[in-house]
Ligand binder design. Structure first.
Ligand code: MOS
Length: 768
């Protein structure tokens, strides 16, 4: 189904439309907060760690069947023949669909060039692609029957090396060729002329690996039909996005599709869109008249539901003696996998540093491997890996400190958005404050090494370019006993969204956090929220939650003024009570007879549009200290400072938690993660946790500091938050790479940095 694009909002202005006309309660930004920002533990923490939280795979409906998917063992093949006779006769089996079933001919991989595939497609373009599915009484019976489905294939020539896939004679993944869209180029200024004026120029080529999403909860759905209406439980980042795509797939009105996401165990971008497993479950549910559950195994997940595309990036950068950046030229190639999708990564080059002359060429190529999807800050860690290493090399050539060089080139405006100023930019502050907390100056000097253990420190900066799509509605209800309910369709993907919503209601309405229930992620009963991705969940939804709480507060104070016969201006709310100025005894909400009489007060809040003529984005600077063992090639990150300008800290615990997770992911990207495809067969060689290494707590630096740099942004939105999840991982791998270079005196251009690449780098340097 068409991928929801939450990273670039279409320009409504171009169509002559305004963003939207919300009925927003005009709230001034908070000055000081008492509950928002506090380190309040997750309101659902006990349920999550205690095992009582219900995730999609825990959903058990009466008569529910289980589904297993038959997948292509070939990287590229055409299905010749099916024989389902034996499988259909096996115990417990209720239905089998194959790519020959009329029900399976649902168009898939929709692009503006048409559908590139269908739900179950006889043309298999990667190992693990879906060709048939079985519904049976138990998961085991379904798996057994799926194995008994006979499929004959005609293997086809395949290509999994994305650089080779660009060759004119490479095997074609699709008839249109491996580059269905032409190269995209953009230019500002005059790059060639500017390079001629540069005192130092660096040109390097970098490669970044294909990373596999690793949410703890695997992908899965439960589907059932009721009088022609479809109901789906899905592990998703966006119930509304999944609803929209399901309605399209089954040609249903939006109101006939209900999607809920109960507790959710992470997505990182791989759960932003409708999955084939969801539609397969729905098709089988319709055929059998039963509820059907389709939950993937980890091994299926690693093949079929997305990845961070591998990139090859060449950057040429020039600067003058005084450290002024004069020209940037970038060439980007990204591996989309078997179907067209976003694999671009040039954004950072165009906007992170002030540079009047920039030229970029970007190409994306198809290969016979699982399709890429959004992966925490799509494109940005890759670009940071390249750009931030080039910046360090350039600083070295100019004999400048890497931080001083970066500080020389900090923009106050978004060069990509026609020079509009930022509502706030803490980039310089992140570099300065972070450097101070890290003790950069002395650490950089004395990173002297002892024997075969060498130490180094490195820095990298980053920004995140998506402002979020602000349409969001929330409802707050206050009950006669003074408890409250907040209702928003946002998914809490594990980041603590529910807790922050409760804090916002407490801040505005005075109802204690523990008396608030959060209803979320259900298209039938909760209000519209955009997908929880693009680091937008908090900055888009909490202004709506705040407005809803303020709406209730206004109604409540009006009631109280009348009932208590007080001047409205003397009343305020605090700790579940009405406070009357000049009187010592607050009146609990539960003591208000007019509230009891009404039974509930309902407030509706909407998010205001983005500020006009300004750009609100988050920034970061990360600092790493590493130890490199030159005998074993092992790299250990021993000390780390992450300075983040994400605007207001909404919850000190969830904030640090996001940054900790982002840095952990950066350690994986920089030092270990790599999808390996066998060159002979195209099969995934790193298809399990045994073969695909991800970082654990053991890899995380003991000495870690999260440094929020809050610019007190009064313009970005009514809560002052700018988004955190993605900026927390953008510069981290690059900071580690720069630290490794500082330790070794040799630079490694390809991620991940492995023991083998350390040894190679040392050998080429003639050292040991
Ligand atoms: Mo993110 S990659 O928007 O989940």
């Amino acid at each position: 189904m068409r991928e929801p694009n939450i990273y670039w909002s279409e320009s409504l202005e171009a169509e002559g439309l305004t963003e939207f006309a919300p009925e927003v309660i005009d709230l001034p930004p908070w000055d000081k907060t008492t509950v928002v920002g506090a380190p309040i533990p997750r309101i659902d923490g006990h349920d999550r760690v205690g095992g009582t939280a219900v995730y999609t795979r825990d959903v058990a409906l009466p008569g529910m069947l289980h589904c297993a998917v038959v997948r292509s063992p070939h990287a590229h093949a055409m299905v010749k023949r099916f024989d389902t006779t034996a499988a259909a006769a096996m115990p417990g089996v209720h239905a089998i669909i194959t790519c020959e079933s009329p029900d399976a001919k649902i168009p898939w991989n929709l692009t503006n060039q048409g559908a590139f595939s269908q739900l179950l497609d006889p043309h298999c373009r990667y190992e693990g692609e879906e060709v048939a599915a079985v519904a049976a009484e138990t998961a085991q019976q379904a798996a057994d029957a799926a194995r008994a489905v006979v499929v004959e294939y005609d293997p086809l020539p395949m290509v999994v090396d994305y650089e080779k896939a660009t060759a004119p004679d490479a095997p074609k993944v699709h008839a249109v060729g491996n580059q269905p869209s032409p190269a995209r180029s953009s230019q500002r200024g005059d790059v060639q002329a500017a390079f001629a004026t540069a005192d130092a120029v660096v040109e390097r080529t970098f490669r970044t690996p294909c990373e596999l999403h690793m949410p703890l909860e695997v992908h899965g759905s439960v589907a059932q039909w009721d009088s022609g209406k479809l109901e789906v439980w899905d592990s998703t980042q966006g119930v509304y996005a999944v609803r929209d795509s399901l309605a399209l797939a089954f040609k249903l009105p939006l109101s006939s599709v209900r999607v809920t996401s109960p507790y959710m165990g992470g997505g990182f971008g791989s759960k932003l869109e409708l999955g084939k497993y969801t539609v397969i479950a729905a098709v089988l549910a319709r055929l059998t008249g039963r509820a059907v559950k389709c939950v993937l195994t980890r091994e299926e997940m690693l093949r079929a539901v997305g990845n961070r595309p591998a990139n090859t990036i060449t950057i040429k950068a020039g600067a003058r003696k005084d450290g002024t950046l004069v020209a940037l030229d970038g060439n980007f190639l990204g591996a989309m996998g078997a179907y067209p999708t976003g694999a671009t990564s040039s954004y950072l080059l165009l906007d992170l540093y002030t540079c009047p002359n920039v030229h970029v060429v970007e190409r994306s190529v198809l290969i016979n491997a699982g399709q890429a999807r959004a992966f925490r800050a799509p494109g940005y860690p890759q670009a940071a890996w390249a750009l931030e290493q080039v910046m360090d090399e350039l600083a070295g050539k100019l004999a400048m400190d890497p931080i001083a060089f970066r500080l020389k080139n900090i923009p106050a405006v978004s060069q990509l958005r026609s020079g509009q100023p930022y509502t706030s930019t803490g980039l310089a502050d992140c570099l300065r404050t972070g450097a101070e907390k890290f003790d950069w100056a002395s650490a950089r000097k004395q990173a002297a090494s002892k024997g075969h253990i060498r130490r180094g420190v490195g820095v990298a900066a980053g920004m995140w370019g998506s402002p979020g799509s602000p349409s969001a509605t929330a409802i707050v209800k206050l009950y006669p006993d003074g408890s409250a309910n907040v209702n928003s369709g946002a998914a809490d993907i594990g980041t603590g969204t529910k807790t922050v919503f409760a804090q916002v209601v407490t801040e505005e309405l005075g109802v204690p956090v523990e008396r608030i229930r959060v209803e979320y992620a259900d298209t039938a009963t909760t209000q519209y929220a955009p997908s929880s991705g693009g680091s937008q969940t908090i900055l888009v939804n909490t202004p709506a939650v705040r407005a809803a709480a303020a709406d209730v507060k206004n109604q409540l104070l009006a009631l109280a003024a009348e009932e208590l016969k007080k001047d409205l201006a003397t009343l305020s709310v605090k700790d579940g009570s009405i406070v009357i100025a000049g009187e010592s005894k607050p009146v609990p909400f539960s003591a208000l007879r007019s509230l009891a009489q009404r039974q509930q007060l309902v407030g509706v809040g909407r998010r205001a549009p983005h500020p006009v003529g300004k750009v609100a984005l988050p920034f970061a600077a990360h600092f790493a200290e590493v130890e490199v063992n030159t005998r074993t090639g092992a790299v250990k990150v021993i000390r780390y400072v992450a300075a983040q300008d994400s605007g207001r800290v909404m919850n000190a615990l969830t904030f640090e938690n996001q940054v900790l997770g982002g840095v952990t992911m950066g350690i994986g990207f920089g030092l270990m993660e790599n999808r390996v495809l066998d060159r002979q067969t195209g099969k995934l060689a790193s298809g399990s946790w045994h073969d695909y290494k991800i970082p654990t707590a053991m890899d995380f630096p003991v000495d870690f500091q999260c440094v929020p740099v809050d610019p007190h942004d009064k313009e970005c939105n009514s809560v002052g938050a700018k988004g955190l999840g993605e900026p927390a991982t953008i510069p981290s791998a690059a900071a580690i790479a720069n630290a490794v270079c500082h330790a070794l005196g040799a630079r490694i251009y390809d991620a991940p940095i492995t023991p083998a690449s350390i040894v190679t780098a040392l050998a080429s340097k003639g050292g040991k």
